[in-house]
Design a binder for this molecule. Structure first.
Ligand SMILES: Cc1cc2nc3c(=O)[nH]c(=O)nc-3n(C[C@H](O)[C@H](O)[C@H](O)COP(=O)(O)OP(=O)(O)OC[C@H]3O[C@@H](n4cnc5c(N)ncnc54)[C@H](O)[C@@H]3O)c2cc1C
Ligand code: FES
Length: 237
């Protein structure tokens, strides 16, 4: 884990309430897709955890939905502003289990951590299927970005306004070797039931410190430290 100062390079709206922020700084502790960062915001005691969407040796990309005080403040930040960020948190996804044609299922703000994972799996020569789930057409983001990576992309919407009507589980391909998923807990439970292979699931529970010190994330396990990614077989609902 490393605490350092990042500078906002860009901060743009992808939909009405979902924003993409690119930051420059020391990314040396971001070592895997599926990890998260914890952001200090003025006037808020607890840092706010956000998944790593993408990273390289100089920049970090995050995608966040405005749901309260912290994310509201982030949405108004201009390029040039500096943020105090903890990086290198969480375990991330283990790519070694993927097999030849893994499926990635992301729901809402569970979509961002799938992006760098998809990039790495494609680079490793895998045939990657991606299912992106949203409530309605106006909430969709990153469909084209996943297509540009060369993934086979299906979008589902609950109201049927775009793509396949229903949930991500309604678009599971007939054949896949493994699954990776991130999204709200009801979606993770549905994916757990619907999938026929092993896989990995990322939990975005409420958190405090982000590194195992406060017990703030404790369910049956310390999600911040031992997760947020868990093997399907490890999960006790
Ligand atoms: C490991 C991890 C990764 C995450 N990755 C992302 C991400 O990539 N993009 C993203 O948009 N969000 C992500 N989240 C959720 C994000 O941390 C919260 O939405 C954020 O902290 C809310 O801060 P706030 O000050 O805006 O809202 P607050 O004022 O703190 O809360 C506003 C409302 O949001 C609810 N809320 C707060 N935190 C969560 C949460 N973790 N899950 C569900 N509801 C919550 C509260 O119950 C409340 O109703 C992640 C959370 C974790 C733990
Ligand atoms: S968030 Fe503090 S122990 Fe997990």
């Amino acid at each position: 884990m490393k605490q350092s100062i990042f500078t906002i390079v860009s901060n743009e709206a992808l939909t009405r309430d979902v924003f993409k922020m690119v930051l420059s700084g020391d990314t040396s502790h971001v070592t895997n897709c599926g990890q998260f960062v914890n952001i200090q915001l003025d006037g808020l005691f607890l840092r706010r955890p956000i998944s790593v969407c993408d990273y390289d040796d100089k920049t970090l990309t995050i995608i966040y939905k405005v749901v309260g005080k912290g994310t509201e403040a982030m949405s108004a930040m201009a390029p040039g502003k500096e943020l105090d960020i903890l990086t290198g948190l969480g375990n991330g996804y283990d790519l070694s289990y993927a097999g030849e044609n893994p499926v990635l299922l992301g729901g809402g703000v569970g979509v961002p951590p799938m992006y760098n994972l998809a990039k790495k799996l494609v680079a490793a020569g895998k045939k990657v299927s991606v299912i992106l789930g949203f409530n309605t057409q106006s909430e969709i983001f990153y469909e084209n970005e996943f297509k540009a990576l060369g993934c086979d992309v299906t979008v589902t919407t609950v109201d049927g306004s775009y793509g396949v009507k229903g949930f991500v589980t309604d678009a599971l391909p007939a054949n896949y070797t493994y699954f990776y998923t991130c999204g709200p807990e009801p979606m993770l439970k549905a994916v757990y039931k619907a999938t026929t292979t092993s896989g990995q699931m990322s939990f975005e529970e409420r958190m405090g410190c982000g590194f195992g010190a406060c017990m703030g994330c404790s369910c049956k396990t310390l999600i911040c430290k031992e997760g947020p990614v868990m093997m399907k077989e490890e999960i006790l609902w």
